[in-house]
Each structure stands twice: as C-alpha cells, then as structure tokens.
Ligand binder design. Structure first.
Ligand SMILES: Cc1ncc(C[n+]2csc(CCO)c2C)c(N)n1
Length: 228
C-alpha cells in the first residue's frame, strides 16, 4: 500500500462524514439556505487567497523546476478556474461575487488556514503537501459522490459545481500531489511519518469543520474583528 493509500484508509471516517454533512447533501439535493451559501463563498474566497500564498511558500522550499512549475500552474488554476464554482453558488442566490469578497475569516476557516500556514512555515515540502492534499482530494470525491448519486443535469442548480470537481482537473491534481507526497514520504523517520499523518488528518477534520462553519453561519463571539 502506498503512503497516500494508507492516509485515505486511515481517514475514511472523515471522508464519509463529509459526504454525509448537510451542506454537502444540500449541494446534491439542490437545496441549501442562501445564508449558508453566502457564508461559504465569503470564507472560501479568503481561503483560496491563503491557499495561493501557501503554494508560494511551497515554491520557496522547492529546488526542482518541475515542482516550481507545478505550483505556479496551480496558482493560475486557483485564480482563473476555482472562481467558476463560486460563481455558480453566487448565481443560485442572486448575489454578486464581488459583494462576498474581503470578509474576515470565521474562526474555523481562520484555524484551517493557520494550520496549513504552520506546516508551510515549519515543515518541508512533504509536510506542506500532507496539509494541502485533503483540499483537492475531498472535493474530488465529493464531486464524484454527488454526480453518481444525484446525476445532476442541466436543470440542477449546482450541476456546474458538481461537474467542476467530479470531471475537471481535480483528479489529475490530486494524483500529482499524491505521487509527489508518496515519493517524499519514502524512508522517512517514524517521527516524520507521524507529523505527515497529523497534518493530513487535521486538514480532513478541518474540511468537515469548514462545511459545518458555512452551514451554521459560524461567527466570532463579537462582530468586531480587528484584522482581516
Ligand atoms: C475549504 C476548501 N477546501 C477545498 C477547496 C477546493 N480547492 C481549493 S484550492 C484547490 C486546489 C487548487 O490547486 C482546491 C481543489 C475549496 N475551494 N475550499
């Protein structure tokens, strides 16, 4: 079994919990509260900004040109392609995308971003990969799960969102990150392996928590948030 196959197996409970989450089920059923969708887009827009910065840190820790090229391409992908699923959500609730940008991250999303930044700062490339991998991997599997279960056609409100993640570039991206992590995780110490597993599992936990944060419109106890 490869290292990432083991990660997938050990975190199956969280993948299943994500498929079962009411936000994810609502995407499949075509029925979600507008406030939850708006809350998701606001937080996710800022999450994607942080994700690109983490790719930037990964570049600063890469010596191979192929890695630099890959991360550079991924920054472009986030900038130019990941906006399509957001636009789909905005159209469903009739709110301009521009009006959902520039908000402070709610506690859980803030924590998720800082978890990845922690590994980006203190870890090497393998640790950054372990913390980032659940992001495309869970979305790829959510997309396929919803596509196969609900078979969304033209009339389904979230069909573009589902097909973007099920049938777009997500599989190739996930496979690339997986094979790179598998290479780097070969012959690591037990302590290092534990750090990689911890980074991956916490990101899976935080993927579930991000859906929950959006569904329940999680807020800070006081609305007065000092910095974005
Ligand atoms: C909380 C959260 N998790 C995952 C994604 C999906 N996603 C974000 S960046 C990226 C990889 C691009 O290289 C993918 C797949 C999301 N939008 N929001």
């Amino acid at each position: 079994m490869t290292f990432t196959e083991l990660l997938r197996k050990e975190n199956n409970d969280l993948f299943e919990a994500i498929f079962d989450h009411p936000f994810v089920r609502g995407l499949g059923e075509g029925n979600l509260p507008a406030e939850s969708i708006a809350h998701y887009v606001k937080a996710d827009y800022e999450y994607l900004n942080a994700f690109m910065q983490i790719y930037g840190t990964a570049i600063s820790k890469s010596s191979a040109r192929e890695d630099i090229l890959f991360y550079n391409e991924q920054i472009n992908f986030v900038l130019n392609s990941e906006i399509h699923p957001h636009r789909n959500l905005c159209e469903v609730i009739g709110i301009r995308y521009e009006d959902l940008q520039g908000y402070a991250l709610p506690p859980t999303a803030d924590h998720y971003v800082k978890h990845m930044l922690y590994h980006a700062h203190y870890g090497d490339l393998s640790e950054i990969l372990a913390a980032q991998l659940p992001c495309p991997w869970t979305y790829l599997e959510i997309g396929k799960h919803l596509r196969d279960r609900f078979q969304p056609g033209e009339d389904h409100p979230f069909s573009p969102w589902i097909h973007f993640y099920a049938d777009g570039e997500m599989e190739e991206l996930t496979d690339h990150l997986r094979s790179r992590l598998d290479e780097l995780a070969e012959n690591v110490s037990e302590a290092k392996e534990a750090r990689l597993k911890d980074a991956f599992r916490k990101s899976c936990q935080l993927e579930w928590a991000f859906w929950d944060m959006a569904y329940n419109c999680e807020q800070w106890p006081s609305e007065k948030v000092v910095v974005k």
